[in-house]
Every structure is written in structure tokens, then in C-alpha cells.
Design a protein around this ligand. Structure first.
Ligand code: GLY
Length: 389
């Protein structure tokens, strides 16, 4: 039996990006629904939650930096608003970040990052190895120098997802706990989705916010299909026993043998160690090699880590885009918007994504700060080339 439900806005995907979009849409008076078999899940279940606009700056990503900084600036008010509404503590911790170098090559790379940060008007301070260890006594004696970035903070993404779920419920968002199987179109526009359980969900506007799965929804015309791909990240969780606290007082990260490793200490005693970056399609297996490399690199940075209980290993899929930046707003298909491709910055970009999509759903346009992230920057040819097999 076919069932039809209608709303102003239907969000496909109930990860943090889908939830913040739904929350902001409902807050603007639009009747809103989310379709997802497990809302509150997705890549945020795995993510460490670094809000690292400055330490994750890369050459060629200055436009993305503007959006990252815009979102970082929103975080204090955003977190306070969510906590006021839901009563949930998000683990938002203004702890700063220390990026360190373990050898001469790492140090040269970090010096270059420092120069790029300075040219971009960002605040970071170069420290000697001794100064780094004074800040974080658990660091290895071999640390050769580092960058102190007091403006890069952290949040607990699982708590963020749980709070967004409650915020959506309190704001009247409806949840369809099933899978969207295909986008339905009529008269040259998106009109809703058909679901795995046989329902037809109808809406004036559909937002595709399904993370790395966004490029796979059947029925989306090739020329508007977002060119996102899964980029696997394996992450470990350890626990710092009370007798060792404070083990680390801020996020500590390094590039070791060309790979990123970061240690994110929560006030709860959880210590998150991430992350691999692997282009392996839809594979989410935790591998011995992934765990080994993370522990090996983390141990080089902070030798005492081997004393800590290892409590969880997990892999997730970042939604990678061709330019590492998100795709936000209306597509070439009337009635279809996207909010995906956030790659390494999904948690950081959550507040600004909610605001941008809320604006776009009401006005039909992107606000100035998000115009560079229109999905239209990728043409049909790019979409086809990047389409996952
Ligand atoms: N932003 C950290 C990561 O994607 O691993």
C-alpha cells in the first residue's frame, strides 16, 4: 500500500548536516521532515570533533577557510542555543590546539603552515620543543617545535548529534525512520522521495544531505548529482584513568610520515585518536594496519598512550568533494537542494550550514558568504567523472 506524506521541506539524511538543516528550516516556520533509518548517526559517530579552521588550513583552500572561520565564530552562540533548548552538554571545549613536529621534515612543513597562517591573517604562535613540552608534559622528548593555536577548539560530535535530534523534535520536525530509495521528479522538478518501506514522501523542497551517500540516490539527474565520494577514516577511543588526568590539556596533532595524527582529550576522560585517510570506496572495516599506524604515530608523539585502555575502534566515511569544500544550496533541478561534501570539516561547518540552508530554503538564494559553495560550480561532466561506481 502506498502512503503519501507531505511537508514544505524534506531532508534526506539525518546526520549532523541533515539535522541542522531540518532544525533551521523548522525554525523559519517551514514544515519539515527528515528521512533516515537511523537519525543521529552517520560520520559524526566516528568524528573526533576538532574545530580546526587554523590547524587544518591547506594551500589552495583559502575560500574554504573563510567559511570555516565563519562557522567557528558561530560556535559559542550555536552551542549555547542548542544547550538552552535541549539541556544537552555538547562537550564544547575551548581548549586550543598544539600542532607539533617530530623531525626536521615535519618541522619544515609546520614552518610552512605557520607562514601560510600568517599570510592569511590567522593567529598561531611558534614554540620550541621545550616550550611545547612545558605546555603538554606528556609529549615525547624528541618533539622539535610546534604551533600553538588557541583558537582551534573541539566539540563531542556524538553529543552534538544527540542534541540536534532533540532540537529537531522540539521544533516539530517529523522523522521517517526508513531509507530514501529514489528521488521523485515531476514536471521538471523534485517533488519528494520514495522510501524502502513503500511510502511516498512529498515536499516543496528536498534537501539531499546524506553525506558520502549523497552521490548515490537513484532518480537524481546526472547533471545535478553531487560529486561526493567516501573517504574512510579509522579512529580510536581510549580512556584516561583519573589518576593520569590531565593527560593532555588540549588537542595535540602532528604529521607523522606524511599522515595526520591527532589526539583529542575530552573532559569526560575520553581520548580520541585519529585518523586514517583511505580511498577504499564503501569499506568501513577497522583494520589491524589502521589501528597499528594510529597507535604507532600517537605513541611517537605521546609515549604514555600505551598505558591507557583502548575502548573503541571505528571507521567512518567522510563525504569528499573534488575541491574538499562542501556543496550548499539550490541545484539545477528546481526543488532540489544539497548540503553535502563537507569532507574533513563537517562538525566545524555545522552551524554555518544550518544558517545557509535555512536562508536558501526561504529565499531561494545563497547568502553572500556561501556563494562560492554553490553545487553549480561542478558541471555535468565533473559530476559524471566523479560518480562513484
Ligand atoms: N578533520 C579531521 C579528519 O577528517 O580526520
Amino acid at each position: 500500500m502506498s502512503r503519501t506524506r507531505t511537508s514544505d521541506v524534506l531532508v534526506v539524511g539525518g546526520g549532523i548536516i541533515g539535522l541542522v538543516t531540518a532544525w533551521r528550516a523548522a525554525g523559519r516556520g517551514l514544515s519539515t521532515a527528515v528521512v533516515d533509518p537511523e537519525p543521529g548517526g552517520g560520520a559524526a559517530r566516528v568524528a573526533a570533533g576538532m574545530l580546526a579552521a587554523v590547524t587544518e588550513l591547506h594551500h589552495g583552500e583559502q575560500t574554504l577557510l573563510g567559511l570555516n572561520l565563519a562557522s567557528a565564530r558561530r560556535y559559542p552562540d550555536f552551542a549555547a542555543e542548542l544547550t538552552d533548548l535541549t539541556g544537552h552538554d555538547l562537550g564544547y571545549r575551548r581548549c586550543g590546539t598544539l600542532a607539533v613536529a617530530l623531525d626536521a621534515d615535519d618541522r619544515a612543513q609546520l614552518r610552512e603552515l605557520h607562514a601560510l597562517q600568517s599570510r592569511s591573517g590567522l593567529e598561531s604562535e611558534w614554540l620550541s620543543g621545550r616550550e611545547c613540552r612545558r605546555l603538554e608534559p606528556m609529549l615525547a622528548p624528541g618533539v622539535r617545535g610546534g604551533l600553538r593555536v588557541d583558537g582551534d577548539h573541539q566539540i563531542d560530535p556524538r553529543r552534538l548529534a544527540a542534541a540536534l535530534l532533540v532540537a529537531c523534535e522540539r521544533t516539530g520536525v517529523a522523522f521517517h525512520r526508513t531509507r530514501a530509495e529514489r528521488l521523485d521528479t515531476a514536471g521538471g522538478r523534485a517533488v519528494g522521495v520514495s522510501t524502502q518501506d513503500g511510502a511516498s514522501l512529498r515536499a516543496e523542497q528536498v534537501v539531499l544531505a546524506a553525506g558520502s551517500l549523497s552521490g548515490r540516490l537513484a532518480g537524481v539527474p546526472d547533471d545535478v548529482l553531487p560529486p561526493v565520494r567516501p573517504v574512510k577514516g579509522q579512529v580510536l577511543r581510549l580512556t584516561v584513568p583519573r589518576r593520569y588526568a590531565p593527560f593532555l590539556s588540549r588537542t595535540v596533532r602532528a604529521v607523522v610520515r606524511g599522515g595526520q595524527v591527532y589526539l583529542v582529550p575530552r573532559e569526560s576522560g575520553e581520548l580520541v585518536v585519529g585518523a586514517t585517510s583511505e580511498e577504499l570506496g564503501w569499506d568501513t572495516a577497522v583494520t589491524a594496519g589502521g589501528v597499528y599506524e594510529l597507535l604507532r604515530d600517537a605513541h611517537e608523539l605521546v609515549p604514555g598512550i600505551t598505558e591507557l585502555p583502548l575502548t573503541e575502534t571505528r571507521a567512518g566515511l567522510r563525504p569528499g568533494s573534488p575541491d574538499n569544500a562542501p556543496l550548499l544550496g539550490p541545484t539545477g533541478l528546481p526543488g532540489l537542494l544539497v548540503a553535502t561534501g563537507h569532507y574533513r570539516n563537517g562538525v566545524l561547518l555545522t552551524p554555518v550550514t544550518g544558517d545557509v540552508l535555512g536562508h536558501a530554503l526561504v529565499t531561494g538564494e545563497l547568502p553572500q558568504e556561501a556563494r562560492a559553495f554553490s553545487p553549480g560550480r561542478f558541471g555535468a561532466a565533473a559530476a559524471l567523472a566523479e560518480r562513484p561506481a
